[in-house]
Ligand binder design. Structure first.
Ligand code: HEC
Ligand code: HEC
Length: 324
């Protein structure tokens, strides 16, 4: 809170709530990452279009909403590296793992984000965004983020804010997970079955996991898992630093693999009353918060400036059809 107020007083921020402040990232951590995207080894050619042989593309079945941006995602595991899946809800990646996510807005490559596992401990992750140059031939590290990057309305988050979302789960990786890859992905994208067959998982599940319910319930549970659960879950790793978007309430939208018997078995339904009133979307706190974009109040509080109208319609329908 004090940092926040000091920044407001200094005119750096126009206003903020205590939960919106994250620890600054150590300079040593940032300087360990290449200054340019070309230095990360994602692409092999000078026009940055040909992918390296050892990176594989993937897509989570329930994506995060980022104001309609198009995204591509890749992973590189170290040679022979296996993912420790003893905790199926929080995979641990081998040291040296890299994951990228590229954002295109209005046909322009705007930024590519990198997550890198640099050590053996679960918290040993570095995160940074690279903003594309206007000629689209490379992208440059942007530790402080950048608003309205490359002539688009897209805002690039600072390195500190990456952990506002990625710091909310022990794994740190949010979209390459048992739930998110349990679907039949197109052949050019990795899915859980590919990982099982390739022997990449330390304890492969016999079959994939199915989100329970009818189409509306499944879509709503998946949406809340992908867009809300990295913050709203009850297993957030402890941190004695700034609050950094830690909700400190009882909401839990995570979909643990052993709570998928029926929609009501999921923690999401335990969020009732605080987040929604069954049958009454207009009286549901959640609907109010996702229907606007007001700083310090709307949900999600980070990473979006435009209401996801399709999602609001989905969540309204889900709550309207819910029995008491
Ligand atoms: C608003 C929350 C939020 C913020 C802020 C955020 N991310 Fe993410 N990120 C996610 C979610 C959720 C996913 C998985 C869903 C998806 O990709 O659609 C993800 C996916 C990724 C991926 C693909 C690997 C994975 O975890 O699935 C990378 C790489 C990544 N983010 C890097 C970053 C970096 C670097 C920053 C900061 C510059 C950042 N992210 C900021 C929420 C966030
Ligand atoms: C980046 C982290 C983050 C994400 C993502 C996020 N929230 Fe929140 N949420 C918070 C924080 C922090 C608070 C508490 C705000 C405060 O202390 O006033 C909160 C509060 C809430 C509340 C109010 C609870 C109460 O006590 O009245 C609701 C409802 C809510 N969030 C729903 C959602 C939904 C639905 C989503 C996804 C669409 C979402 N949130 C995504 C961090 C997040």
């Amino acid at each position: 809170m004090r940092v926040c107020l000091a920044l407001v007083a200094a005119g750096v921020l126009s206003g903020c709530s205590d939960f919106e402040v994250c620890e600054p990232v150590a300079t040593s951590s940032l300087s360990a990452m290449p200054e340019r995207l070309s230095g990360t080894g994602l692409f092999t050619d000078s026009s940055m279009t040909v992918l390296a042989d050892d990176v594989r593309a993937f897509a989570p079945q329930f994506p995060l909403w980022t104001d309609g941006a198009t995204k591509r995602r890749w992973i590189r595991l170290p040679p022979g590296g296996r993912i420790d899946t003893r905790d199926m809800d929080s995979w641990q990646f081998p040291e040296g793992t890299q994951l990228w996510k590229e954002f295109t807005r209005d046909g322009v490559r705007v930024e590519t984000r990198l997550l890198e596992k640099f050590g053996p401990r679960p918290e040993d992750w570095r995160a940074l965004a690279y903003v594309w140059l206007p000629d689209q031939r490379d992208a440059v590290a942007a530790p402080d983020g950048q608003d309205n990057a490359v002539g688009t309305p897209h805002d690039v988050p600072s390195a500190a804010n990456c952990f506002g979302c990625h710091g909310g789960r022990e794994s740190r990786v949010l979209g390459f997970s048992a739930i998110q890859l349990s679907y039949d992905a197109p052949p050019d994208l990795l899915d859980l079955e590919d990982l099982r067959v390739a022997g990449t998982l330390s304890r492969p599940p016999a079959i994939g996991f199915t989100v329970p319910g009818n189409d509306v319930e499944r879509a709503a549970l998946g949406y809340l898992h992908a867009n809300c659960a990295h913050c709203h879950n009850q297993k957030r790793p402890d941190s004695d630093g700034e609050r950094c978007f830690d909700p400190q309430n009882s909401l839990d939208f995570w979909l643990p693999v052993d709570r998928l018997g029926s929609p009501r078995d999921t923690p999401t339904y335990g969020a009732g009353t605080l987040a929604f009133k069954p049958g009454k979307p207009d009286k549901s706190n959640m609907i109010e918060r996702v229907s606007k974009r007001e700083s310090g109040w709307s949900m999600p509080p980070l990473g979006t400036e435009q209401v996801d109208a399709e999602a609001v319609a989905l969540l309204r329908r889900w709550i309207a059809e819910m029995d008491d």
